[in-house]
Design a protein around this ligand. Structure first.
Ligand code: MSP
Length: 642
C-alpha cells in the first residue's frame, strides 16, 4: 500500500459553452484515476473548475442581457451540477473569478517579475472592433464578419513573459524527467516544438475589461492562460498539496501545460507539476465535438437511460486512452448489452442465484479451482499494470477476460447437474464451483471499481461483502470474506436498442434546448453556423432532378388569372402536366415551343382540379413578374442539369 497525498486536476472549462460529453470524458477519466490512486492507499484530491475571464465570455453575457458576473455564476454552476448528476466526486472546484485566485495570479506574476522574467513591451495584432479583441488566428487582410471590413492592426502596451529564456531549461527538464509528458507521442511533439526555440509571450491586455487586474499596474488585466493555469495552485491553497501529481488534459491544450506552465513556475521559482497526460479527442461523426460545429452530445440523457456506470464504461473501454475515439449511440448500446448486461451483469445474477438456490444464500468457503485462481492472479497484475499507465481499455479488456473465464468454467462444471447428485464428491465439487465463481466475481468487482464504482459496490453488497473502502489489495484471492446474499437485483438489465436510443435522442434534444437558453448562441461561431445552414451538400443537390423540357401545349386555367396549364416534353413517353404561376407574364401562344427547366421529381400536387407533375424553374423577382430560366444554346429535351 502506498501512503501520502496524490493531487490531480482536470482542465478548468470555459464558460462560453455548456458542459458536454467531451468535458465529461476528461472529468470521468480523472475521477476514475482518483479512485485508482485512492485504492492504492493515497489520500487523493481531485480538482476541477471553470475558466471565466476574457472577451468571449463578456460578449456571451451581453448577448444574454446579463452582466459577466451573473453569466459566469450561471454557467459555472451548470458545470458543477453536471458533475453532481454524473455522480463524480470532485473534491475542490476552483473558479478563475474566486478572490483567492486573483491574489495567487498576482503572486505568480510578482515572483516572475522579481526574478527578471517580465518586461513591458508592445503587442501588435489584428483587432476586431465590435468584439474589442485581438483575433489570434486571422491574417492581414482578413475580413471581420461583424463589420464587413478588414481587421485593424492595433498596437497596445502589454507585459511580456520571457519565455525565450526557457528553451534550454525546458529541454533539460524534459530530458531528466522523461515521464513528465505522456503519452510518448505527445512528448515528442512538445520536444520538437521547443527545439525550434520559444518566443516571448504577451500575458496582459489593456483592451480587455473582464479579467483579473494586474495589481502592480491595474490598467492591465491578465490574459487567459496566465490566469487559468494558476488555478491549479489556488484550488488547493493552504493545503500543502502543490505540486500536482497529475494534470489530465485534452491534447489541444498540451502546449500551454507542458511548455508555458512549467516556464512560468520555473521563472517564479515555484515547484513544477509531476506529470501531464494529454488524452485524445472524443469524436462524433468523425469530427471533434464542439459547439461551433454543432455536433455535441450531452452526457445526462445517456445517464438517465443507462445509468452513470454505463457511460463511464463506454468512454473508458471503447476509446484507447490517449488516442482519439468515436462516440455513437449504437456503439454505446451495443457495448452495454454485450459487455455489461450479458457479461458482468449476467455473471453476477447467475452466480448470486446459484448461491441462493444451492446454499440458501451462504457461499461456503472452499478451495478455489486452481486454474481460475491462477488466471485471476495473472489478470489482477495485468490490470494493475494497465491502471498504472491509465490504459483503461486494456484493464477492462483483461477484467472481461476473467469474466469470460468464469463463464466458461461454470458451463464446464455444470453445477446444475452436480446439484442433483447425492454423492459427497459431487457436493464438494459443487461447493468449489460456486465458491470459485463467487470469489472470481468479487475479484472482478474490486478491479473494476474505479470504472464502475456503483455497479461494483452493488454486486459486492449483494455478495455480502461489507468492506467500505476498497483497496487494490482486496483483489487478492480470498482477501475479503464473502457474506450472506441479500436480495438479488439485476445490475445491468438488457436494453432494447431502438427505443433506448430514441429515448436518449429525445432527451438530448430537450437538454440541448435547455442549454441553449442558458448559454445563448455559440459565440465564436455564430456567423459560421449561420452560413453553414445555407449550404447543402452535393448529395443534397443531386436529389433534385432538373431536366430540360419543351413546352408542347399551354392554356389559361379557368378562374385563376396567374396560372397556366402546360404540357411539357421532358423526354419521357408522355409529356408532363405542369401548372405554373406564370400567366401574368407569358401568354400561352408565346410560350409553346420554348425550352425550359423543370424540376422533374417534385411530389405531384393538385391545383384547381389538375395534377401538376413537376415545377417550372423561374427567377422570382420581388414585387415583379417571374422570368423563366432558359438556354442560349440548343439543348436536347430530357437533358439533366447537374
Ligand atoms: N479553459 C481551457 C483550459 C484551461 S486549463 C488551465 C479550455 N477549456 S475548454 O472548455 O475548452 O476545455 C477543454 C478540455 O475539455 C479539453 O482539453 C478536454 O479535456 C475536454 N474536452 C472538450 N471537448 C472534448 C472532446 N471532444 N474530446 C475530448 N476532450 C474534450 O481549454
Amino acid at each position: 500500500m502506498s501512503t501520502g497525498k496524490y493531487y490531480l486536476t482536470t482542465p478548468i472549462y470555459y464558460v462560453n459553452a455548456a458542459p458536454h460529453i467531451g468535458h465529461a470524458y476528461t472529468t470521468i477519466a480523472a475521477e476514475a484515476i482518483a479512485r485508482i490512486e485512492r485504492m492504492k492507499g493515497y489520500e487523493v484530491v481531485l480538482t476541477s473548475g471553470t475558466d471565466e475571464h476574457g472577451t468571449k465570455v463578456e460578449r456571451a453575457a451581453r448577448a444574454q442581457g446579463k452582466t459577466p458576473e451573473e453569466f459566469v455564476d450561471l454557467i459555472s454552476n451548470e458545470f458543477r451540477t453536471q458533475w453532481q448528476k454524473l455522480d463524480l466526486q470532485i473534491d475542490r472546484f476552483e473558479r478563475t473569478t474566486a478572490p483567492n485566485h486573483a491574489k495567487l495570479v498576482n503572486a505568480l506574476f510578482d515572483a516572475c517579475n522579481a526574478n527578471g522574467y517580465i518586461y513591458k513591451g508592445t503587442y501588435t495584432g489584428l483587432y476586431a472592433v465590435v468584439s474589442e479583441s485581438f483575433v489570434n488566428d486571422a491574417k492581414p487582410g482578413d475580413v471581420d464578419p461583424e463589420t464587413g471590413k478588414p481587421y485593424e492592426e492595433v498596437t497596445e502596451e502589454n507585459y511580456f513573459f520571457k519565455l525565450s529564456a526557457f528553451t534550454e531549461r525546458l529541454l533539460e527538464f524534459y530530458e531528466t524527467n522523461p515521464d513528465f509528458i505522456q503519452p510518448e507521442i505527445r512528448r515528442n511533439e512538445v520536444l520538437s516544438f521547443v527545439r525550434q526555440g520559444l518566443s516571448d509571450l504577451s500575458i496582459t491586455r489593456t483592451s480587455i475589461k473582464w479579467g483579473i487586474p494586474v495589481k502592480a499596474d491595474p490598467s492591465h488585466v491578465f490574459y487567459v492562460w496566465f490566469d487559468a493555469l494558476a488555478t491549479y495552485i489556488s484550488a488547493v491553497e493552504g493545503e500543502n498539496r502543490w505540486p500536482a501529481d497529475l494534470h489530465l488534459i485534452g491534447k489541444e491544450i498540451l502546449r500551454f501545460h507542458a511548455v508555458y506552465w512549467p516556464a512560468f513556475l520555473m521563472a517564479a521559482g515555484w515547484e513544477l507539476p509531476k506529470r501531464i497526460f494529454a488524452h485524445g479527442w472524443l469524436l462524433f461523426e468523425n469530427d471533434k465535438m464542439s459547439k461551433s460545429r454543432g455536433n455535441i452530445v450531452r452526457p445526462t440523457p445517456i445517464v438517465e437511460v443507462m445509468g452513470v456506470d454505463a457511460l463511464r464504461y463506454f468512454l473508458l473501454r471503447e476509446i484507447v486512452f490517449g488516442q482519439d475515439g468515436s462516440f455513437s449511440y449504437d456503439a454505446l448500446v451495443g457495448r452495454y448489452n454485450s459487455d455489461l448486461a450479458n457479461g458482468l451483469g449476467n455473471l453476477a445474477s447467475r452466480t448470486l442465484n446459484m448461491i441462493q438456490q444451492y446454499f440458501d444464500g451462504r457461499c461456503l468457503v472452499a478451495a478455489g479451482d486452481a486454474e481460475v485462481v491462477r488466471t485471476a492472479a495473472e489478470i489482477r497484475s495485468a490490470v494493475e499494470q494497465a491502471y498504472e499507465k491509465f490504459d483503461f481499455s486494456r484493464a477492462l479488456e483483461r477484467i472481461w477476460a476473467l469474466i469470460g473465464t468464469v463463464d466458461k468454467f461454470i458451463v464446464e462444471r455444470a453445477p446444475w447437474k452436480l446439484a442433483k447428485s447425492q454423492e459427497e464428491a459431487d457436493c464438494e465439487r459443487l461447493r468449489e464451483t460456486i465458491f470459485t465463481a463467487a470469489e472470481a466475481l468479487r475479484v472482478a468487482c474490486v478491479l473494476v471499481a474505479p470504472v464502475l464504482p456503483h455497479a461494483a459496490a452493488n454486486i459486492l453488497g449483494q455478495l455480502g461483502v461489507a468492506k467500505a473502502d476498497l483497496t487494490l489489495s482486496d483483489a487478492g484471492w480470498g482477501a475479503v470474506p464473502l457474506g450472506e446474499i441479500g436480495t438479488i437485483v439485476a445490475v445491468f438489465p438488457r436494453l432494447d436498442p431502438k427505443p433506448s436510443i430514441q429515448k436518449m435522442q429525445e432527451l438530448e434534444e430537450a437538454e440541448k434546448n435547455r442549454q441553449a437558453a442558458l448559454v445563448g448562441k455559440p459565440v465564436e461561431a455564430a456567423e459560421s453556423i449561420a452560413v453553414k445552414q445555407d449550404f447543402i451538400s452535393i448529395d443534397d443537390f443531386s436529389k433534385v432532378d432538373l431536366r430540360v423540357g419543351e413546352v408542347k401545349f399551354a392554356e389559361a386555367v379557368k378562374g385563376a388569372d396567374k396560372l397556366l396549364h402546360l404540357k411539357i416534353d421532358i423526354g419521357e413517353a408522355e409529356p408532363r402536366t405542369i401548372i405554373a404561376g406564370i400567366a401574368l407574364k407569358y401568354r400561352p401562344e408565346e410560350i409553346v415551343g420554348r425550352k425550359v427547366v423543370i424540376v422533374a421529381n417534385l411530389a405531384p400536387r393538385k391545383l384547381r382540379g389538375l395534377t401538376s407533375q413537376g415545377m417550372i424553374v423561374a427567377a422570382s423577382l420581388e414585387g415583379g413578374l417571374p422570368v423563366l430560366a432558359g438556354f442560349h444554346e440548343d439543348v436536347p429535351v430530357g437533358a439533366r442539369l447537374k
